[in-house]
Design a protein around this ligand. Sequence first.
Ligand SMILES: [Cu+2]
Length: 345
Amino acid sequence: MSNRIGRRGFLKMLGIGAGSVGAAAIVNKGVMSPGQAAPLSDAHLAAARAPLAQTSEEMDRLHDEGVKIFLDYIGKDPTFWNNRLEPEMDGDVKVFNITCQDVQWETAPGTAFPAMTYNGIVPGPEIRVTEGDQVRVVVKNEMAQSTSIHWHGVIVPNSMDGVPYVTQPPIKTGETFVYEFVAKNPGSHMYHSHHNAAEQVSSGMLAPFIVEPKDKSREPAVDADYNLILNDTTLGFTLNGKSFPYTQPIIAKLGQKIRIRYMNEGFMIHPMHLHGIPQLVFAKDGWNLPVPYMVDTLNIAPGERYDVLVDCTEPGLWAFHCHILTHAESRHGMFGMVTVLVVQE
Ligand SMILES: [Cu+2]
């Protein structure tokens, strides 16, 4: 991509500045220490309001540097768009094994945080089943804290709802809990911690739970299908667990139709704006809309999921970012909730 269009063309087409040593630079300078449970936005706001500690030239250079890192990193994170967990079969039951683990998680160059995870990754692995499947999830807790899992949006028996002291005891350190249910309602759902959740979810205990419909005609035919999970606060502003420039672009061919499943696991709203090409919103919280509608910016509140279709009719490198700009850019360049849709001719 960079070979064909070139850096200059990329910068020009990107449209919203660049760079992003942002988060890393601030951490490295000691404004924040890695793991500090404070929103990156505060640090960036402080940086933006501080007297200019850099010349215009330096500011441009930092923006440029971030884009260069992003370009160099394309394709180097193969699980960014695909971290599906394959089930083991026990008769007709699809069995998924999840281990809750404390790890260090790097969101951007030089920026790592203590994270709480499913199987050591943020977001946790995608569970994808078909409507009507028998599902068993075996959850082993190796973390220092107790936990539980809630199946957000999935219709399950009350005893499987995952709320400690309401429907089950907490899963204590060293214990295993087995969730079992039939995947009744198709759609883009999620699973996440429901115990000390403000800390555990924002620290990484969040993941996609996709139920495909039995009747495929319920959904638009697409060339590719992407989960885009939004998170904020403890790990900073992230898309699929990474901050720009460690995010990955979506790469499509001209004329392809792509599906994006937005899921907001954060504490804030995030209006996701795609340059150049409108988004057709066709499902909300896993339910098909009676009348799909077009947007260029889609506001996504905590807990919400939206499914959109993007018809890649316009070639180029289209910036794709949260439009609360303090979640996406600072004087040090772009950071956080920023990626690119590349439409290749
Ligand atoms: Cu945002």
